[in-house]
Design a binder for this molecule. Structure first.
Ligand code: PDD
Length: 279
């Protein structure tokens, strides 16, 4: 078993994968990315991730170096070469290597990078007992639907959460909850599942879509609408969704207990449905 790197169509040990200093991903954050995990060795919702990668690339005018089917076979090959029971696949596409200039370089091929590492799931105790979160001002740009490499506000927010003894930072813009620094946010009030609409203020999470689907199949009423930050306080349950957090109960917001302070019933039900779905 080994960490695997991939650079523009070539696989290699991860430690040998090198990108030049003038790569625009490095100098401008000029690129997009995806994080995909496996369950039982199979990449989860691969098509949805590749489709989102393509949407992100098109949205920033980045030419796609590979077709969807090629991405799928590269991901499969990376997972096979790495040989882990469960893998975490990172794909990054940048506008290539060129002398530093804000203007798009002409005739420069994009840089395609992939890394495959062992997927380490969150502590199951954490997933059952839940985590505290804090709210922070959403200082990001107006196209959070693009999975851009520019993650400085997310990095700052997540560190702020950690420093405050919390797991995640929830972004709030103009009094409304958008999403977490690395996750989407859902709340339950009077049996209704509420989450922010998939507009330009959030990343349309692959896990979010799966969870909403499972909830609807369960007959749970789902509302995709703006969430006032005060609603977090009055929520019966809150949970996060994402590739790395799956379904993670939130038991406190800014030091105030959510619901009973334990994982809620609906969160538990959806976690079980999610587990069955992925397995
Ligand atoms: N992030 N919102 C943001 C801002 C995210 O960064 C992520 C995931 C999500 C959840 O999306 P998905 O369910 O498709 O993973 C929502 C990845 C895991 C990351 O940056 O590491």
């Amino acid at each position: 078993m080994a960490d695997i790197g991939f650079l523009n169509g070539r696989f290699m040990p991860l430690a040998e994968a090198m990108v030049p200093v003038e790569d625009r991903g490095y100098q401008f954050g000029d690129g997009v990315y995806e994080v995909i995990r496996t369950y039982r060795g199979v990449p989860f919702q691969l098509e949805a991730h590749v489709a989102r990668l393509e949407r992100s690339a098109v949205a920033i005018g980045l030419p796609l170096p590979f077709r969807a089917a090629e991405w799928s076979s590269y991901v499969a090959e990376g997972i096979r070469l790495a040989g882990y029971a469960e893998s975490k696949v990172y794909i990054q596409l940048t506008r290539g290597v060129a002398p530093r200039d804000h203007l798009f370089p002409v005739g420069t091929p994009p840089t395609a990078v992939m890394t495959v590492r062992q997927m380490r799931s969150l502590d199951p105790v954490l997933c059952a007992t839940g985590v505290p979160v804090i709210t922070v001002a959403d200082l990001r740009w107006g196209r959070c639907d693009i999975k851009s490499l520019n993650l400085l506000p997310n990095v700052m927010a997540r560190q702020q959460a950690k420093d405050a003894g919390a797991f995640e930072a929830i972004f709030v813009r103009a009094g409304e909850v958008s999403e977490g620094a690395v996750s989407n946010v859902m709340l339950v009030r009077a049996g209704v599942l509420v989450t922010a609409p998939a507009d330009e203020r959030i990343l349309s999470g692959v896990t979010r879509a799966v969870v909403l689907d499972l909830a609807r199949k369960e007959g749970i009423l789902v509302e995709e609408r703006a969430i006032r930050v005060e609603e977090l306080r009055g929520a019966d349950e809150i949970f996060l969704t994402g590739t790395t957090v799956e379904i993670l109960p939130v038991i406190g917001v800014d030091g105030v207990v959510v619901g009973t302070g334990k994982r809620g019933e609906l969160t538990r039900l959806l976690s079980h449905r999610f587990r069955s779905f992925v397995e």
